[in-house]
Design a protein around this ligand. Structure first.
Ligand code: AQP
Length: 348
């Protein structure tokens, strides 16, 4: 990849992040992304949040379900605390700058960079990679376009997206070098807190994912209190009690995951959770975790289902967000066309 250049960071702070409406939102999306999106908004930073429906179709989506999932994700954002008056909230396909810049980045990024992406490898592992969509392979270039169409300086994400953020930086650096400009910022990932890597409840070595075939592996933001409790009580663990320090969880991924989830939900450090539950059996810890999860998630679930009763209002919010997003991204992408030498006579 290109040698990193020292680009002065003279760009105003702007946060961008997104979530794919490729299924219902999970506890992983909530703790790794959504909860932190709300914190950034509440810190008063300019925040742009996107339901990346064009990423979702890198694997086949039933059209009616995609529409439903996009509205449901928007409802999830608002129910979790995103205020569409303070943050920009929209779905990606309504702002064409994303697709336009993605094509340009397809021409900047190198095949070898994409081939090294672990998410590409994971998603095609054991399958016929030749049959995967070209979009799935090129996904990180679209993600770079999502971010850089806003010249976003910071992107809160879960641990799984770290490599894609590094690629975004490489694309920005190569573009700036190739055209001799200091046009794009070198975006910083923001990966912080205990919830950046929530693992499957059935296998503590695999991330919790909305596309996991087992519904028992994840908590969905639409699960009712009873379902949340049952899933935590049945979560895979070992037969040992909780240790007295974090080191004791090193080779116990399932137990470690539950401690991390507790910490992220309670806004505690994992060390503090271990201090409270040292020596406790899972028969004690799991019900406490289930109660905590229900207390934190139930208000969100209730608000989501209320919002979902008015899909036209959700569409209105997304449309308004798209107009505000377009007002930022359009001039940036028009300037990119100019930098790379494309005639834009209709826009003069
Ligand atoms: N398990 C997780 N722990 C912490 N953070 C997570 N995120 C996703 N899963 C976890 C974070 O949520 C944001 C949106 O991710 P995404 O839905 O756009 O894509 P993904 O990472 O591919 O999520 P899934 O659930 O695994 O989706 P599918 O199954 O469709 O591929 C990101 O910030 C991500 O880090």
């Amino acid at each position: 990849m290109s040698e990193p250049v020292q680009t002065p960071q003279t760009f105003p702070t702007r946060i961008f992040s997104g979530i794919q409406p490729s299924g219902g939102l999970t506890l992983g999306n909530y703790l790794g992304a959504l909860k932190r999106f709300v914190q950034k908004q509440d810190e008063g930073i300019e925040t742009v949040y996107c339901l990346v429906d064009m990423h979702a179709i890198t694997v086949w989506q039933d059209p009616a379900r995609l529409r439903q999932q996009t509205r449901e994700a928007a409802a999830g954002f608002i129910a979790a605390g995103i205020d569409p008056a303070r943050s920009i909230l929209f779905n990606q396909s309504q702002v064409t700058a994303h697709a336009e810049l993605a094509w340009i980045f397809n021409c900047v990024a190198r095949m070898g960079w994409m081939g090294r992406m672990t998410q590409w490898k994971d998603k095609t592992a054991g399958k016929n990679a030749e049959a995967a969509s070209l979009g799935l392979f090129a996904y990180p270039a679209l993600m770079a376009a999502d971010i850089l169409a806003y010249k976003a300086t910071h992107v809160p994400v879960g641990e799984d997206q770290k490599q894609h953020l590094e690629l975004t930086r490489d694309i920005a650096i190569k573009f700036n070098n190739d055209y001799g400009v200091n046009f794009f910022p070198i975006t910083e990932p923001v990966i912080e807190g205990a919830g950046t890597r929530v693992m499957s409840l059935r296998d503590g070595t695999k991330k919790m994912s909305k596309s996991d075939p087992s519904d028992q592996s994840r908590i969905n933001l639409t699960d009712d209190a009873d379902t949340i409790s049952k899933k935590f009580r049945k979560a895979k663990t070992d037969s040992e009690p909780l240790p007295s320090d974090l080191d004791g969880l090193k080779d116990r991924p399932d137990a470690r995951n539950l401690v991390n989830v507790y910490a992220a939900l309670a806004d505690m450090t994992p060390e503090a959770v271990i201090a409270d539950y040292a020596g406790a059996q899972f028969g004690t810890f799991k019900p406490a975790l289930a109660d905590l999860a229900v207390a934190k998630l139930s208000p969100i679930t209730t608000k989501m289902s209320h919002l979902m009763q008015d899909p036209a209002e959700i569409d209105r919010i997304l449309g308004e967000g798209a107009d505000r997003a377009n007002a930022i991204a359009r001039p940036i992408v028009d300037e990119v066309y100019d930098i790379i030498g494309m005639i834009r006579s209709r826009h003069v």
